[in-house]
Write a protein that binds this ligand. Structure first.
Ligand SMILES: CC(C)=CCC/C(C)=C/CC/C(C)=C/COP(=O)(O)O
Length: 265
């Protein structure tokens, strides 16, 4: 139900048990069972003088009866593709909410890696307190860790972007032709959790930070850049990344060289 890309993904799931075979071929694998390998024809073997056919090997039975998990995953994928296509209302200028596209693209830039990296480096160069420098150094570490993990997972999973996406994004890396997980969603979750934990902000501003992260994630699907599951997993990954950064928190005590080096610049 999800266009060209959707069909591709669905087929690859169906054939994942037997790489290189389509579902028809998977069914035909039963013909390689011992009954056939012995050279007897199934219909000829139906006569009274023939012994009953040997049971199918375990692997063939699994291919013929997809597991509950397999069916659940395929159903989730189908719902994901259908919902993502429905929500992709800003995917093109002629889409139903096409006039909102410039606003969505502005949001896209607000969660892009380059402004966040450059902004953090700039603030680090201007910071004159040890405490400020420590927080910014860890934000830089968090942003770099995020880029690395997202690139790694995108390269491993290689899920294509939705078929209705226009690839007109502001500066991308080569892995950004893939969509799982959404790098904007990971950054939104990571940065907003970081800000909420390290900046003293009034309640309305805290709400605004959470809203920004949520709307940025939603805008990825509305722009047609991602499927819903890319964004959902992106939020989960970004949230978890913050826990990693918090656990490995860099300070003048555990990483003195880093802080001294920065101080000399
Ligand atoms: C230091 C370094 C390698 C900086 C590269 C910054 C850069 C070009 C990041 C790419 C950000 C981007 C376009 C992510 C894709 O986000 P999705 O939400 O579409 O997955």
């Amino acid at each position: 139900g999800g266009g060209g890309g959707g069909r591709f993904e669905f087929q690859s799931l169906l054939s994942s048990r037997a790489p290189g075979l389509d579902p028809t071929c998977t069914r035909l694998r039963a013909s390689e069972s011992p009954v056939h390998r012995r050279g007897s024809f199934p219909l000829a073997g139906a006569g009274p003088s023939q012994a009953p056919p040997a049971p199918l090997p375990e692997e063939d039975r699994m291919d013929l009866n997809p597991s509950f998990l397999g069916i659940a995953l395929r159903s989730l994928l189908a719902i994901d593709l259908w919902l993502s296509k429905k929500l992709g209302v800003c995917a093109g200028e002629s889409s139903s909410w096409g006039s909102m596209r410039p606003l969505m693209k502005l949001l896209e830039i607000s969660g892009h890696g380059i402004p966040w990296l450059l902004g953090t480096l700039y603030c680090l160069s201007r910071s004159d307190s040890w405490a400020g420098r420590e927080v910014l150094m860890n934000l830089l570490f968090a942003l770099l860790l995020d880029l690395l993990l997202v690139a790694l997972i995108k390269g491993l999973v290689r899920r294509r972007r939705p078929a209705h996406n226009q690839m007109d994004m502001f500066v991308t890396l080569s892995v950004d032709k893939y969509s799982f997980p959404s790098g904007h969603a990971t950054r939104a979750a990571l940065v907003s959790r970081f800000i909420l934990n390290h900046l003293v902000l009034a309640i309305p501003l805290r709400v605004l930070v959470v809203l920004w992260a949520f709307i940025l994630g939603l805008s990825r699907v509305m722009l047609g850049r991602h499927n819903v599951t890319d964004v959902a997993f992106g939020f989960f990954l970004g949230y978890t990344q913050y826990s990693i950064v918090d656990y490995c928190w860099l300070s003048p005590h555990n990483a003195p060289v880093l802080f001294l080096l920065w101080n000399q610049q």
